[in-house]
Design a protein around this ligand. Structure first.
Ligand code: FAD
Length: 233
């Protein structure tokens, strides 16, 4: 792993996880639009697409890769950029393992000393407002510095199951707290709030704590199509 002399590019091999990448970049006051949880591996997300905290500013993680070094099926080692092997460059942005073995990713870096971020949790009684806040954010968001990861989480309580609402809130600023775009969440009374200024390393370690090592996680997601709050809700 290395950073270019002008600090604009991170070169990283496929053996790393983002829990290696963010602390390395921190010494330069930089980040990349990689995984939102530290334990995620570098190659899979960059070759799949990549939903990331900086996505509303810079697009998918794959969009932030400027150059690939690839071993093709015939053993040839080639570079793919916007200008060189442009078809391969295009195909690797979502093409997963189908076009060769990537041995180096060159990614655009993002200046990032600290971000304002954390997990905001509300009790079951506020779930209707929590879901409304989620639908409103999704249909009306205009602030590209923001990103949210909302979840409704079942919590066993004796023989019953209660549900809580927990949202990961990210705001790319080291000066502004509680931006207006999060108001519908943060105006609800909380039962947990870790929002603070933190480095990307600290933040993705915090979110990564949701993943227990050596235990399999199943992530299930769906897509709701809609352009208005009513359609989304
Ligand atoms: C806890 C958790 C959090 C996640 N968070 C996010 C998130 O925030 N955003 C998001 O978009 N996704 C997220 N994901 C999904 C994640 O992007 C995928 O699981 C991704 O495949 C992980 O990358 P990996 O390198 O660990 O995967 P691997 O399982 O190692 O690889 C995935 C695929 O890529 C291929 N591959 C691996 N290395 C190479 C290489 N060098 N060249 C060519 N092909 C290769 C493999 O053959 C395989 O087909 C998350 C997943 C988990 C489990």
């Amino acid at each position: 792993m290395s950073v270019s002399a002008d600090k604009k590019t991170l070169s990283v091999g496929p053996g790393y996880r983002f829990s290696d990448v963010y602390p390395y970049l921190q010494q330069y006051g930089l980040a990349v639009g990689g995984a939102r949880l530290g334990p995620v591996g570098v190659p899979g997300i960059l070759l799949a697409g990549g939903i990331n905290f900086y996505g509303n500013q810079f697009g998918f993680s794959a969009d932030q890769v400027k150059r690939y070094e690839v071993v093709l099926a015939n053993g040839e080692i080639v570079e793919a950029t916007e200008k060189k092997n442009a078809d391969l460059f295009w195909a690797l942005k979502g093409g997963s393992s189908n076009f060769g073995v990537v041995t180096r990713f060159d990614m655009k870096t993002i200046p990032s000393k600290k971000v304002w971020a954390g997990i905001y949790t509300v009790a079951q009684q506020y779930l209707p407002q929590f879901l409304e806040a989620t639908a409103n954010y999704s249909s009306a968001i205009t602030d590209p510095l923001s990103h949210i990861v909302p979840a409704v989480i079942p919590v066993p309580s004796g023989s019953e199951i209660n549900y809580i609402g927990a949202v990961i809130l990210f705001y790319d600023s080291n000066t502004l707290t509680y931006p207006r775009c999060f108001e519908a969440f943060t105006s609800l009374s909380d039962i947990g709030n870790t929002l603070d200024f933190k480095t990307m390393d600290e933040f993705t370690t915090e979110t990564g704590a949701a993943v227990v090592p050596h235990i399999n996680d199943i992530f299930v997601s769906g897509t709701v199509v809609g352009k208005t709050y009513d359609q989304l809700l």
